[in-house]
Design a protein around this ligand. Structure first.
Ligand SMILES: [Zn+2]
Length: 416
């Protein structure tokens, strides 16, 4: 029986969330904010303190660590657990004051620093499963930062357990803490060679038991419209205004489907994100999303057709359609290594939970890592209402996530 204390996990999380590690989408440096390194340095020190000898942190704010194998078997793949140290720029992460509500009784929780912030079971039905357990919130003016300090916490708790109980057999375990995940740069400076893992798991998911092995596949698309320019005073029957054509293209997009605001579940979409231009030339940038590459191709074909039909109404105008590949559904990689997801399911069950397989309508660092050669599904931590002042997390869910990590290390050892 693997048992990790919810109290200890909560205390650890509260220590980490007090450190401001917000990343910055407008910065071009790595890490995007220096303060992220404050947590990386603390993790470095704590890992050393737990007796790990192979620990490194670098100028970019990554932390790499290794727990050597203690098994006689020599064919166990090196498995990595990964979490991000930064918090989202959407909501303040300065002076986070975590509050531990030790025995949640189901009543509304008014956050003390802003009484308009009230956590209610009716808005957050998952709270029903936390009655008489502990939950942690912020104080009303900031996010909590459980995304992804909960991931960091559960990995650290699992390492502590493995170091304390050497009778638990495992192969080589690699740890990776990354900066800048929230601004899409979490893998920008990662050194996978140095990491030396064959398979990985990001600890960055929500409800207890959830396991995400599927993300969107993503492209960008740019439509460039060339008009015909003339002196406005003498433009009759000559000028063709590219800006007006761009407006007509946007208006011609389907209004009841094909967009983020009209799709859910496994449906993909096309979404204009920027329009730029002058009368002579205009560009419209889109993001295009689907769970399959064939779906993406179909969306591109359709979008290009809609635009071409509009542009054809303006003699003299021309258009170009360009595609930028962004990231791909991690499932395409994971399907080649079915044991990665299967072992995670087994570990979640051994921790006493039901597995909830989910798809992410977005990308994760795991999707990028999967395509960089480290197949990497995403495992729950318990975090809820992320990127908001009403963020909360249950101590019990974090403990279960840490137990799942320990079980997962054991499953890989047994089955290799
Ligand atoms: Zn996250």
């Amino acid at each position: 029986m693997i048992q990790i204390s919810p109290d200890t996990a909560a205390e650890r999380l509260m220590r980490y969330v007090r450190i401001d590690t917000q990343s910055d989408p407008n910065s071009n440096s790595h890490p995007t904010t220096e303060k992220q390194k404050d947590l990386s340095k603390l993790l470095f020190t704590e890992l050393r303190g737990m007796g790990l000898t192979q620990v490194e942190t670098d100028e970019y704010g990554y932390v790499y660590a290794t727990i050597p194998s203690n098994s006689k078997k020599t064919n166990i793949p090196a498995i990595c657990f990964c979490a991000h140290v930064d918090t989202a720029p959407d909501c303040s992460g300065t002076n986070v004051k975590p509050i531990y509500h030790r025995y949640y009784d189901g009543k509304d929780i008014t956050l003390p620093d802003d009484e308009t912030q009230v956590l209610r079971m009716s808005d957050s039905p998952y709270l029903k499963q936390q009655l008489n357990h502990g939950i942690i919130t912020a104080s009303g003016t900031t996010l909590l930062g459980g995304d992804d300090k909960a991931g960091v916490t559960v990995i650290m708790e699992a390492i502590m357990y493995l170091m304390q109980y050497p009778s638990v057999k495992h192969g080589t375990i690699k740890i990776l803490f990354t900066p800048d995940e929230e601004v899409g740069k979490g893998t920008a400076k990662v050194n996978l060679q140095k990491l030396g893992a064959q398979f990985g798991y990001t600890m960055d998911g929500g409800e207890a038991g959830s396991l995400e092995d599927e993300t969107f596949s993503a492209d960008g698309a740019t439509i460039t419209i060339h008009g015909v320019i003339a002196h406005p005073g003498y433009a009759k029957d000559k000028m063709v205004n590219a800006l007006k054509i761009a407006g007509a293209v946007l208006d011609a997009l389907p209004k009841k489907e094909f967009s983020p605001e009209t799709t859910v579940g496994r449906e993909g979409f096309v979404h204009p994100v920027a329009v730029n231009g002058i009368a002579e030339k205009a560009t419209i940038q889109f993001i295009v999303r689907d769970f399959t590459v064939s779906g993406l191709e179909e969306h591109h074909r359709r979008l290009q057709q809609i635009a071409a039909r509009v542009v054809a109404n303006y003699p003299g105008a021309t258009m170009q359609y360009e595609i930028q590949e962004q990231y791909r559904n991690m499932k395409e990689v994971l399907d080649n290594h079915p044991q990665v997801v299967a072992y995670a399911e087994e570990a979640i069950q051994r921790a006493g939970l039901a597995v909830k397989k989910e798809s992410i309508r977005g990308g994760t660092d795991g999707s990028r890592l999967s395509y960089m050669g480290l197949p990497c599904p995403n495992i729950f931590t318990g975090m809820q209402n992320i990127h908001s002042k009403l963020e909360w997390i249950s101590d019990k869910d974090m403990a279960k996530a840490a137990e799942t990590i320990v079980h997962l290390c054991m499953v890989w050892e047994e089955k290799s």
